[in-house]
Design a protein around this ligand. Structure first.
Ligand code: FE2
Ligand code: FE2
Length: 167
């Protein structure tokens, strides 16, 4: 360990280093969260039918959580002396979360949510790994805390999926 890093040659390398990989992942995750907010909000509004109510309520709750994720990521970028992007940098990617033509097709929205949550989980795992390698515990903490929310969302929608067996 480098207890006296100011005096020991080579020990400065243990200091936190912000890498491009970290800021790229934070930026990508920020954009993904905002796309998720838009699609969860839209689907919470458009779905119809007796099977839709619980899913709509859950989407509505998750909109607030995903927005909070974006806020945390944006603030972390600011702390790292970067800016979160505006809409000019936006590229849509969630094709499976577009509102279904048949507004009673709750199942397709559930599948879309599961896909989005899986992707988010992958991104936060990658962010955690990059932050850990760069000795950046604050970004690690952001990644782990959001990752835990995304796993909870996935579990909830896996529960909904069980009510709609694929045939
Ligand atoms: Fe999220
Ligand atoms: Fe989520």
């Amino acid at each position: 360990m480098c207890r006296y890093q100011h005096f020991t040659p080579g020990c400065g390398s243990t200091a936190r280093m912000t890498t491009d990989e970290i800021t790229d992942l934070l930026t990508e995750a920020y954009i993904d969260e905002l796309e998720t907010v838009m699609n969860y909000l839209t689907n919470a509004i458009v779905l119809d039918g007796v099977h839709a109510e619980e899913v709509k309520e859950s989407l509505e709750d998750d909109v607030q959580e995903e927005l909070e994720h974006a806020r945390r990521l944006g603030n972390r970028l600011k702390q790292l002396e970067e800016s979160p992007p505006g809409s000019a940098a936006f590229e849509a990617s969630q094709s499976s979360l577009q509102p279904p033509e048949d507004t009673t097709d709750v199942q397709s929205v559930i599948e879309g949510v599961l896909e989005a949550e899986d992707e988010a989980i992958e991104t936060y795992r990658a962010l955690h790994e990059a932050a850990s390698e760069a000795n950046d515990p604050v970004t690690e903490d952001v990644a782990v805390s959001i990752l835990s929310d995304e796993e909870a969302h996935r579990t909830e929608f896996r529960g909904f999926q069980k009510e709609f067996p694929t045939d």
